[in-house]
Ligand binder design. Structure first.
Ligand code: UT7
Length: 314
């Protein structure tokens, strides 16, 4: 069976940066509250005319140039997003047109903050089955378009951005080692966005989301390590979904992982949902912290609820 080798990756963050102090001018909040409760100091926010597909397209172009593939080589494009440009066509089809990916089958995956792991898992299954050789996976979000800027409980949490991985079928022992994804719709009410009702609004039971995030991300991370006869010693870095620094620290604590083994970028990205893992990965790589041959563990939890873990050798 082929392995899914990571041959390209890219990221994009909108130019505009909104700090906690900026938010305190438009709502009853302050830098101290946001920093202590979430670890967020600032977030990138897309322009009005900058769509999720634009963010994803830019991340894709960077990943493609690193991969050395041609556009026509891409056979499958999966976009994980909770903030599609439109309900249809899919954001993947919109990016197909923008990037001119003539030979790609394109579709979106909706799993909120776990979306990138879900999309990687699907890509991995297709590659292992022999159906596709070159697959692009994008996590792209314009969370700012869902935000109610009068709701301080949720508005402070999110940011916009995109990341992309390009995977290729390979005979080498590298790339995705294993992935596990799970769902439990039974707790779906703890985090919702109803786009149909008049009151378009994120509803969130913050402390419930917090508890599920810490316990499920640490449990599934332990599960995937055990399943593959690995321990934390085999991992260079843990990259959890960047929802909140306290959640990330909680996951590290329950896994007995020292914080220098954990990539944390939430202070300047905030929660970018499905884009958070590839954004954190790309920045850690650019900083020289991730190198070829390193094994990484990704984990995420999102609305649904959905969660997952994935082991990858870079
Ligand atoms: O992908 C998943 C996305 N969601 C998350 O990651 C959220 C997970 N949950 C959390 O991180 C935390 O629950 C929050 C950071 C959202 C909230 O922290 P908390 O410690 O659970 O605070 P709380 O909701 O219990 O609120 C405490 C107080 C309240 O005031 P009172 O009732 O004690 O007077 C809130 O009204 O803080 C107040 N508050 C704020 N104050 C200043 C809530 N939001 C703000 C704010 N600025 N932005």
């Amino acid at each position: 069976m082929k392995s899914s080798k990571l041959i390209g990756f890219g990221a994009y963050s909108p130019k505009k940066i909104v700090t906690n102090d900026d938010l305190s001018k438009i709502m009853d909040t302050n830098d101290e509250w946001i920093s202590t409760r979430t670890g967020v100091k600032s977030r990138h926010i897309a322009e009005e005319n900058e769509q999720t597909s634009d963010l994803g397209h830019k991340a894709f172009e960077q990943a493609l140039s690193r991969s050395k593939l041609q556009k026509e080589d891409i056979e499958l494009l999966i976009v994980a997003t909770a903030t599609p440009d439109l309900l249809f066509p899919s954001t993947a089809c919109i990016i197909q047109k923008k990037a001119d990916l003539k030979n790609a089958v394109c579709f979106d995956v909706t799993a909120a903050c776990s979306g990138f792991l879900y999309a990687l898992s699907i890509a991995n299954a297709y590659i292992k089955s022999g159906k596709y050789k070159n697959v692009a996976v994008i996590g792209a979000e314009k969370m700012s378009k869902l935000i109610d800027w009068t709701d301080r409980a949720t508005a402070i949490l999110f940011g916009d951005g995109a990341g992309c991985f390009i995977l290729q079928a390979s005979d080498e022992e590298t790339g995705i080692i294993d992935d596990i994804i799970k769902s439990s719709g039974y707790e779906g009410d703890i985090l919702t966005y109803d786009y149909i009702s008049a009151e378009k609004k994120i509803t969130m039971q913050g402390s419930e989301v917090f508890k599920h995030a810490v316990s499920k991300m640490s449990d599934i991370s332990k599960e995937i390590l055990e399943k593959n006869n690995m321990t934390l010693n085999d991992i260079k870095y843990l990259i959890p979904h960047q929802a909140n620094s306290r959640i990330v620290e909680g996951v590290a604590k329950y896994m007995d992982a020292p914080m220098d083994k954990v990539i944390m970028k939430v202070d300047h990205f905030a929660n970018t949902s499905s884009a958070s893992i590839p954004l954190a990965f790309c920045e850690a790589y650019e900083e020289g912290n991730i190198k070829e041959g390193d094994t990484l563990l990704f984990t995420a939890l999102g609305a649904g609820i959905t969660w997952g873990a994935l082991l990858i050798k870079v």
